[in-house]
Design a protein. Sequence first.
Length: 205
Amino acid sequence: MQPTRKHIICLVLFIFAASITITAQQRGPLDTMRVHAYITPEGDTIPESILPPVEVYAKLTGHWKNYWADWTRLRNAVYVTYPYAIAASRIMNEVNAKLNGVTDSKKRKAIIKSREKELKKEFADQLVKLSVYQGKVLMKLINRQTGNNCYEIISEYKGFFNAAFWQTIAFVFGSNLKQPYNPTGDDADMEKIVKDVEKMYGYKS
């Protein structure tokens, strides 16, 4: 039988494919790419290979530069102030325990004043070093730990007029003693950072 054009083309393709296979088998040990057969849900077989990961670097846009700058600033503020929020929660529990059952206003004031002196001695030098921004973060964290904003806390222990006075001071510095803490909204980033701090240092909310 005379070879036809179709037979010749098939023969050439067969030789070409065989030469590729032989060349691939003769490659050195650095040739690590493997091709596997993957069967699709429809029953078709296609070649499959897993490529090594590739890291792609790009310049940050202005938006992301600002985002990460704000994140870093917030993260640093949380790391600095969270221990004070923990201490505030603990101290409030101690004061409330002492005030429990005490109805006489003078005795209540004496208990609060005594603890206030201890607090000033223990924390005053450290707290005055906080920036205005760190102070705002601390107030939010105190709200998180105690369930009360700073205005409510001051009003409870020092009276309405003291709370109103310090609220005015806070407004002057662009803050607000009544600011809420919203862990699933505006304060979601802060909540994530707090969770990291708790895991790292073993704090309990």
